[in-house]
Design a protein around this ligand. Structure first.
Ligand code: F6R
Length: 595
């Protein structure tokens, strides 16, 4: 997904912008560019592909000492192919712009500007911004011209614009796409997320939708809602692991302790951040999310219905937005999102709010759009997740939903104190189960070589292990590019089993605590069709070709977290053997801020 950086000050703008863009690489991109305005000259550089391409284009450009300003961008194509012409910054005669989001009415503006004599070089929606700004300058001063431009465009945007007409200023606007302004000893910084600011900024302002302005070197202190910024740089590093995804798998057992800190004790579950009265009178819940977060929501449905006896509807945000929305009274709308910026989930939340539903966010990023818009939020607290394929965020979402189920079960009187205490102790065991033992990882690494060349994968499970099967299949396809589908085991005979043969790999999640015999029979059905079967479970299974043995567990949720670890490591090792870039899989982006 697109990323934005900006800088004004006396440090080396070229280095600051390039380093900032590197910190945004994990979001996924197909081209990049920067513009530097110094001594009344605007220097623009763009390149398709990796940032190294941009770096080699800029290597001979020297930034002169003294004050200068600059903007930079990583682009993930939406309007127009990933070409150099379509890369940002976009230029008109004497101004440059970078933009995240979508300008919905760009066609009509473009047509008007063409009639007025403007020449467009790209197929993007973004280019209209800079031309409209220069057109408006014919009648207005720079600030008015920028505001008139922003007021004319419709859609979602985070925008930075620089112009020779105002050589010491950066024009900015935000609506529906994140944008941060920060200050540090080296000057003023802009970014679309925290990571480029780590190590540079000491204070930040997370802009609100509708914010726009013109920043100069004195301007930061005049902003509202200035906060201290203390994100730790080491959290954003790989710590010696081959990939961020691997590091994130390994750190699950420690970050999940953060998730429960102050919330889970031997007495049960509490959420200090939410007033207990918030949950009173709620009769049903909609869980809304996309992708991996949606799978966590599906697990949440089993847990909430089982432990809190409350009816739960789980919806994919992009479907919910355009389906017939029947708003129930006394319904709680819970959005689940790692980034807190996913466009579909955000828009679904806005819709629920229009219908006056109570809203709760389960999110990893404080100050994100989804958190800010929700009535209240439970943060998952697992830190920056850099791997595009979500791992620790998924684990923490499931854990929070489990906590919520116990909490609501107690609130509604469906769980007694003894049961709640038992659940708390099961949570601690489940977290312990996510510690990666080297023998376990080694076994999966060796096994992975047998699973590289089939004609596809089935992942099967029942109950909570069904959404886990979906998640296992999603992880594998995201980073290995192998075809994989998740199914509820009982559904196999209703169609999918037609695909079974020895080149079809099945990963079966065999719980000892839930529906063991039923699952055994489903595995035997596939084995009888000669499918190659790898069972993940704590007991040997006769029909299996391979086993990934997990430790014996006290509860099915402990098994869930052990199996999750096995699935994550299996995807990782298969993808590494296939030579793929695990952290930046093709066609994917970390934060999907467009529809
Ligand atoms: C898959 C993955 C995606 C996200 C989805 C929603 O590994 O990460 O499927 O889960 O794009 O993102 P968030 O949770 O940020 O709303």
């Amino acid at each position: 997904m697109c990323g934005i950086v900006g800088y004004m000050g006396k440090s080396n703008a070229k280095e600051i912008l390039l380093n900032g863009l590197k910190e945004l690489e994990y979001r996924g991109y197909d081209s990049a560019g920067i513009a530097i305005l110094q001594q009344d000259t605007l220097h623009t550089f763009k390149a398709v592909g990796k940032l190294e391409n941009l770096e080699s284009k800029i290597k001979d450009f020297e930034v002169s000492s003294g004050f200068c300003i600059g903007i930079g961008h990583t682009r993930w194509a939406t309007h127009g192919k990933p070409t150099e012409a379509n890369a940002h910054p976009h230029t008109a005669e004497f101004s440059n712009v970078v933009h995240n989001g979508i300008i919905e009415n760009y066609q009509e503006i473009k047509e008007e500007l063409i009639i007025l004599g403007h020449h467009f070089l790209s197929q993007t929606d973004t280019e209209v911004i800079v031309h409209l700004f220069e057109e408006n300058l014919k009648k207005l001063d720079p600030q008015e011209a920028f505001y008139a431009t922003i007021n004319r465009i419709k859609g979602a945007y985070a925008i930075l614009l620089v112009s020779k007409i105002a050589p010491n200023k950066i024009f900015y606007a935000k609506n529906g796409s994140p944008l941060i302004i920060a200050k540090g000893s080296g000057g003023i910084y802009f970014a679309s997320s925290d990571s480029p600011l780590v190590g540079l900024a000491s204070q930040v302002v997370y802009l609100e939708d509708g914010d726009m302005g013109v920043m100069d070197i004195e301007g930061f202190d005049l902003l509202k809602n200035i906060q201290n910024f203390s994100v730790n740089k080491t959290l954003a590093q790989k710590d010696g692991f081959r990939y961020f995804m691997e590091k994130e798998i390994y750190e699950q057992h420690s970050v999940l302790l953060e998730t429960i800190m102050g919330r889970v004790s031997e007495n049960g579950v509490i959420f200090d951040e939410i007033d207990q009265s918030f949950f009173l009178g709620i009769r049903s819940i909609t869980l809304c999310a996309c992708g991996t977060s949606y799978h966590a929501g599906m697990v949440g449905k089993y847990l909430l219905e089982r432990l809190a006896k409350i009816r739960v509807n789980v919806v994919i945000a992009s479907e919910f937005r355009y389906g017939g929305f029947v708003s129930q009274e006394d319904e709680l709308f819970i959005s689940i999102s790692q980034s807190g910026e996913t466009a579909d989930t955000l828009e679904a939340l806005k819709l629920a709010k229009e219908y006056n539903q109570k809203s709760l966010a389960i999110c990893n990023v404080d100050n994100s759009s989804i958190v800010r818009l929700s009535d209240c939020a439970i943060l998952t607290r697992v830190g920056l997740e850099k791997g595009v394929a979500s791992t620790k965020a998924f684990a923490s979402q499931v854990l929070v939903l489990w906590m919520l189920a116990v909490y609501m079960g107690r609130t509604y009187g469906h769980l007694d104190e003894r049961e709640a205490k038992l659940q708390s102790s099961d949570m601690l065991s489940a977290i312990r189960a996510t510690k990666v033992e080297s023998k376990f990882h080694e076994r999966i690494k060796r096994l992975s070589k047998r699973y590289l060349h089939g004609h596809g994968f089935f992942f099967i499970g029942r109950d909570v292990f069904y959404p886990l099967a979906l998640e296992g299949a999603l992880k594998l396809k995201e980073i290995s590019y192998l075809h994989a589908e998740g199914y509820p085991s009982g559904e196999m005979k209703h169609g999918p089993i037609a695909l079974a043969d020895s080149n079809l790999f099945t990963i079966a999640l065999l719980s000892e605590h839930l529906l063991y015999d039923k699952m055994q029979s489903n595995i035997a059905e596939l084995s009888a069709r000669d499918a190659t079967i790898c069972v993940i479970g704590s007991k040997e299974c006769e029909s299996a070709d391979d086993m990934i043995i997990i430790p014996q567990a006290k509860s099915y949720m402990e098994e869930f977290f052990s199996m999750m670890l096995g699935l994550q490591l299996l995807s990782l090792e298969v993808a590494i053997r296939l030579g793929n870039d695990v952290d930046m899989p093709r066609n994917l982006a970390k934060s999907v801020t467009v529809e």
